[in-house]
Design a protein around this ligand. Structure first.
Ligand SMILES: [Ca+2]
Ligand SMILES: [Ca+2]
Length: 238
């Protein structure tokens, strides 16, 4: 089994209402501005994928960052891939370093990372990226695909088909053009159905506010007596 990254749990409603500390309020406002402002120097979101339609399949989750503007000016950061499946081999060499998180670099022309796994019902990871564009060529592009681990052919037919673009691809699960907009574009339909969930910008703003509010509460709570050492437990210690 692989570790399942859990979104930071929101604090349960308290019995008392606390005033939001000024620092938390400033952080909330800053987060809201960062999430709504343009352009984003970097952004990071949680991406979730419902893989129940292909549960049990040996798959390859492939991330490729293509350089479109002929400048080494962008990176993509991929957090640990979690879910209820099981992982196998991974590849992080060409235009890729670290692990995890894995960092793709457009310097060599493209950067590639893939993780082989046996699919379960769901998987998820965090995705962060810069958004620089030199002004020449086309914006760099990140593409995520789900492939057959043995043949490297796609396992899913999606509506993300851009075969004639300057940076072509077909049947992506999602893609991001690093033009500063910070916009992640997931497939809206696929066969078989593999719904991709990404928080909307409005949701991200609310999440930033919620985290700031829960941060104010956490400081008034004792640390949990038991910790599994995972990301959620770390966040809950506040
Ligand atoms: Ca570039
Ligand atoms: Ca297609």
């Amino acid at each position: 089994m692989i570790d399942s990254p859990r979104p930071d749990s929101m604090a349960a409603p308290g019995r008392r209402r606390f005033r939001v500390p000024r620092a938390a309020a400033i952080a909330a406002l800053s987060g809201a501005l960062l999430l709504s402002g343009l352009p984003h120097a970097a952004s990071a979101v949680q991406v979730s994928l419902d893989t129940s339609a292909l549960a049990g399949m040996a798959a390859r989750l492939e991330f490729v960052l293509f350089d479109g503007d002929f400048a080494a000016n962008n990176t993509v950061t991929i957090g640990p891939i979690g879910g209820d499946g099981s992982t196998a081999a991974l590849e992080c060499s060409f235009g890729c370093s670290g692990g995890p998180p894995f960092i793709l670099d457009d310097g060599p022309g493209f950067g590639q990372f893939y993780q082989d796994l046996t699919l379960g019902q769901h998987l998820g990871f965090t995705l962060g990226f810069s958004g620089n564009f030199s002004g020449s060529g086309t914006p760099d592009r990140l593409v995520l695909s789900l492939l057959d681990a043995a043949t490297n052919f796609t396992l899913v037919d999606t509506d993300l088909d851009f075969a004639t673009d300057a940076l072509p691809f077909q049947d992506g699960l999602l893609f991001v053009d690093l033009d500063g907009s910070g916009r992640i574009r997931p497939a809206t339909s696929s066969t078989p159905e593999l719904p991709v969930s990404i928080p909307e910008p409005g949701t991200l703003t609310l999440l930033a506010l919620g985290l700031a509010l829960s941060g104010g509460r956490c400081r008034r709570r004792p640390a949990p007596a038991v910790s599994d050492g995972g990301p959620a437990a770390t966040a809950s210690r506040c």
